[in-house]
Design a protein. Structure first.
Length: 221
């Protein structure tokens, strides 16, 4: 027994490394799984870096199901079209949101001009009234009428032909077939270009030929 031990030791050394040594030489299953997880993590970081470094550097925000899209257009809104004439800075036709007030229309036209009749505007205009589609708003000028005198609600009767280029809204309103809306259109049209002839009332489609025939002898330019 004593003589055979050295030979057994020699046989063991010749047979190669022990089982423990071989185990240390090859990776375990847990180490392989850990390495695979590290590879996947590195790949994910590479993808993220690619997305953040794409040209433009912009991030697209996608809204969730319960929130509006960030870049969505506002819903369509009802509008009313009105005409603002008289003592305003920019007489003309304006489109405003439904539910707007007379004050909003005057503001859109630049507000009162320097020739406004403050007392007449206060008594004749309801700035809090809601706008109606195709409404004509005439802001009174100084000299349009005696707004503070007795009988202010009565339209004055001109003593001679009415000059279409200088007549007030109240004077135009006295013409047969011409009401406040048509008077406002005449004033707005002359502010864009003065009338050269009476017949331009028809060519500019402010009144019909039959209506002009009713007051042709009462107007001039």
């Amino acid at each position: 027994m004593g003589t055979s031990a050295p030979w057994r030791a020699l046989e063991a050394s010749e047979s190669g490394p022990s089982e423990a040594t071989r185990s240390r030489g090859r990776p375990s299953t847990s180490r392989l799984m850990l390495a695979a997880a590290l590879v996947m993590a590195v790949g994910s970081l590479a993808v993220v870096a690619f997305v953040e470094l794409r040209p433009g550097g912009q991030v697209e925000v996608v809204s969730g199901p319960d929130e509006p899209a960030a870049s969505g257009a506002p819903a369509s809104q009802a509008m009313v079209v009105v005409q603002v004439a008289g003592a305003v800075v920019r007489p003309g036709i304006y489109s405003l949101a439904a539910g707007s007030r007379v004050a909003d229309a005057i503001k859109a036209a630049g507000g009162y001009s320097t020739d406004v009749d403050p007392r007449g505007a206060e008594t004749k205009l309801n700035l809090a009234a809601k706008l109606q589609d195709a409404q004509a708003i005439v802001v009174p000028r100084r000299g349009d009428g005696a707004s503070g005198s007795p009988g202010a609600g009565v339209s004055p009767v001109p003593s001679g032909p009415i000059n279409l280029n200088t007549a007030s809204a109240a004077e135009l309103d006295t013409l047969p077939g011409v009401g406040p809306a048509t008077a406002a259109k005449i004033i707005a049209s002359r502010e864009q270009r003065p009338f050269a002839t009476v017949d331009e009332l028809v060519t500019r489609k402010l009144v019909s030929a039959s209506t002009l025939a009713k007051f042709r002898d009462k107007v001039a330019v």
